[in-house]
Design a protein around this ligand. Structure first.
Ligand code: DX5
Ligand code: ZN
Length: 219
């Protein structure tokens, strides 16, 4: 059983204090920093880009788990790699050539992730699973924090676990969206080993980040 990792989403952080917020996450026991990049085109929201990632990297020794909800994405892969992304996760619908985009991320020495929206089936990426390091299962429709968890996506995690066993391949399974202290247990049981959380980590227990990360880790 893989160690459960917590990747807090800074989308729920105080954007006027981002440097201090990621320091709090690192001190609070986060394993990764989940950075939601949105372009207002692939998703109906607009967040941060490479310059912010570059400056935040100087404040934190954790790896940056960068979730690119942008399209077209291929031409931005190198830019985010140079900005300091350690894991670069893209959506299959955002590139004309998923194979080329995954290869580009790997050529740059970064971990390659592919993200499935709630309505996107595992079949879409089944031919790429041996090439990637991580599958990000969206349990909300991407674009905003604080949405309600969609339990139906757990079947995709179970399907991925079966494929891992059948094909003897390995990759991380990360779940993202509406994760709280209850559904985190079900997500881990289904086979997720990385939990993304924004609202639960930043807003629960009067914003006690360390307590909230510990509670998720002990799911
Ligand atoms: C949504 C983002 C998620 C989101 C998670 O598009 O990809 O990472 O910020 O936030 P919560 O945990 O609040 O659902
Ligand atoms: Zn995300």
């Amino acid at each position: 059983m893989k160690k459960i990792q917590i990747s807090p989403s800074i989308l729920s952080a105080d954007f006027s204090q981002l440097g201090n917020e990621i320091k709090r996450l690192e001190e609070g026991g986060a394993d990764l920093i989940h950075v939601d990049v949105m372009d207002g085109h692939f998703v109906p929201n607009l967040t941060i880009g490479p310059p912010v990632i570059k400056s935040l990297k100087k404040k934190c020794s954790l790896k940056f788990d960068v979730h690119l909800m942008i399209s077209p994405v291929h031409k931005y892969i190198e830019i985010f790699s140079n900005a300091g992304a350690d894991i670069i996760t893209i959506h299959p619908e955002a590139t004309e050539d998923l194979d080329a985009s995954i290869s580009k991320i790997k050529e740059l020495g970064k971990k390659a992730g592919v993200s499935l929206n709630p309505e996107t089936e595992v079949d879409v990426i089944k031919n790429y699973l041996s090439q990637i390091d991580l599958v990000l299962i969206m349990s909300v429709n991407p674009g905003f924090g604080g949405q309600k968890f969609m339990p139906e996506v757990l079947d995709k995690i179970r399907e991925l676990k079966n494929i891992q066993k059948r094909q003897n391949i390995d990759f991380d399974i990360e779940i993202d969206g509406g994760i709280n202290f209850e559904n985190s247990k079900i997500a881990i049981k289904a086979g997720a080993n990385i939990l993304v959380s924004g609202t639960t980590i930043f807003k629960s227990n009067n914003g006690d980040i360390k307590k909230n990360i510990d509670l998720l880790k002990s799911s």
